[in-house]
Design a protein around this ligand. Structure first.
Ligand SMILES: *Cc1c(COP(=O)(O)O)cnc(C)c1O
Length: 472
């Protein structure tokens, strides 16, 4: 095992490794090119009996593990949504790991709880939220949405389901759109509502929720004896970044007394730009709201922020008080273990503090505006091209398109685009993923990685263009 002084030496080496990694990440294949089982086969069947030297371990890491890594921090990463980090965020993560604090309650690290409270207030101001909301850091949007649906369930049932179980109250209905994220369905399952009680409203041509259809679905459910309980609006759907009309959904939530949860996992970060505040029209009526700084605010995974209007309801849903957690400060401070599902919590506010201070609001705004501008440029290129077709409006940083050289039936176009995606990703020079829209295979060009600059985007487009041309 390492002595403290040996730790120091290796820590310096690791920091050098980190810096060199950032320097060379563009030369590595963005999407890992290994086959299933490749890495598994490289790691010995049995754990070592005797201590091994750190140099050897680090060497093995470079040789055996790195080839199986997909490089999310590569500026040529255009897949999914980003899982960004940044230099200040990584520095904070190093410190967080060193402190190794367990921030379940205020007393287990007062600074963690109070910095978290302050960071939530900073973020609230940065995204232009009305006062009255309070925030808490969760690990993921999936967890926050689950917390939202469980809280909605308890409020609606007057906290009886926590006490006695559903007991015949099994006719609750939850509403979202067809383009909603899979985490909604997962939360509906886990919260005990039953998957069949998730009702998906159709979307309009721009992939936003059809609110007239939503209202109709609710009325039909009421006639059939169901109890409408909650509706989830998505700002920035995962397929196309479409933005559900929150104002209209808020009016419906009001009319039918529904819990209104907003999933803004990606797009919430864009609210730091005043020109995107139109997305939160109706925010006063929202009960809960989640977005992920670990996606588009340059803060390492995991860091998902969850805002609620009624903290009492949240705490009443989740609190549990064993003897060993009873403290003299209870009530006077925030004990965040009561604000969600896990008891144990990492010190995640620190990286937000580092990132927000080191970028400054203006720096964060500039980074996001650059991504959005570049997405706009790609959108124009596609619109002006005879061989490519824009497949969704692209209001944010993600452009959905397909190669369409003409005279191909849809089914063949699907195969052609799947092949195009495959070949582009296999070059290792860029990484894209796809979605299906109305049965059409569509390539997503997501521009949001921390270090992505103009040249990366232009080069990636050239790669797509050339590869496509070679296919016909
Ligand atoms: C990414 C995403 C999620 C899931 O986020 P996690 O933090 O990984 O749980 C949920 N909803 C939308 C719209 C997303 O884009």
């Amino acid at each position: 095992m390492l002595t403290l002084e040996e730790f120091r030496q290796h820590a310096h080496k690791v920091v050098d490794w980190m810096t060199d990694y950032y320097k060379r990440v563009e030369e590595l294949p963005v999407k890992s090119l290994v086959s299933p089982g490749d890495i598994y086969g490289l790691v010995p069947e049995n754990p070592p009996e005797d201590p091994e030297a750190m140099d050897k371990i680090l060497n093995d890491f470079d040789e055996k593990i790195i080839p199986g890594i997909t490089h999310w921090q590569s500026p040529d990463f255009f897949a999914y949504f980003p899982a960004n980090s940044s230099y200040p965020s990584v520095l904070a993560e190093m410190i967080t790991a060193t402190l190794g604090t367990q921030c379940m309650i205020w007393e287990t690290s007062p600074a963690a709880a109070e910095l978290e409270e302050k960071m939530m207030n900073w973020l609230k101001k940065m995204i232009g939220f009305p006062s009255g909301f309070q925030g808490v850091i969760q690990d993921t949007a999936s967890t926050a949405t689950l917390a939202a649906l469980i809280t909605a369930r308890e409020v609606k049932s007057n906290y009886t389901i926590n006490e006695k179980g559903f007991g015949g109250n099994e006719n609750y209905r939850i509403y979202a759109s067809e383009e909603t994220h899979s985490s909604i369905e997962k939360a509906v399952k886990i919260a005990g509502f039953g998957r069949k009680n998730l009702v998906k409203a159709p979307v309009k041509r721009d992939f936003t929720m059809d609110t007239q259809a939503l209202e109709q679905l609710i009325r039909t459910d009421l006639n059939e004896g169901y109890t409408p309980l909650a509706v989830i609006a998505t700002l920035g759907t995962t397929g196309t970044t479409s933005v559900d009309p929150l104002g209209e959904i808020a009016a419906i939530a009001d009319e039918f007394n529904l819990w209104l949860h907003v999933d803004a996992a990606l797009a919430g970060s864009a609210l730091i730009l005043p020109e995107y505040r139109w997305m939160t029209e109706g925010i006063e009526r929202v009960d809960s709201f989640v977005f992920n700084p670990h996606k588009w605010l340059f803060t390492n995974f995991d860091c998902s922020v969850y805002f609620v209007r009624d903290t009492e309801a949240l705490i009443r849903t989740f609190e549990i008080l064993p003897e060993y957690l009873k403290t003299g400060t209870r009530g006077a401070v925030n004990d965040y273990r009561d604000w969600g599902i896990p008891l144990g919590r990492r010190f995640r506010a620190l990286k937000l503090w580092f990132v927000i201070r080191n970028y400054g609001l203006s720096g964060l705004q500039e980074a996001l505006r650059n991504h959005i501008r570049l997405a706009g440029e790609i959108k124009e290129t596609i619109k002006n091209s005879h061989h490519f077709e824009l497949m969704a409006p692209a209001p944010l940083n993600t452009v959905c398109f397909r190669f369409n050289p003409g005279n191909f039936p849809d089914e063949e176009l699907n195969n052609l685009n799947a092949k195009l995606l495959e070949q582009v990703n296999r070059t290792g020079k860029a990484y894209f993923t796809h979605t299906k829209l109305h049965g059409n295979f569509v390539i997503r060009f997501m521009i949001g990685q921390t270090n992505t600059k103009d040249e990366h985007v232009y080069r990636a487009w050239e790669l797509i263009d050339k590869t496509a041309a070679s296919l016909i």
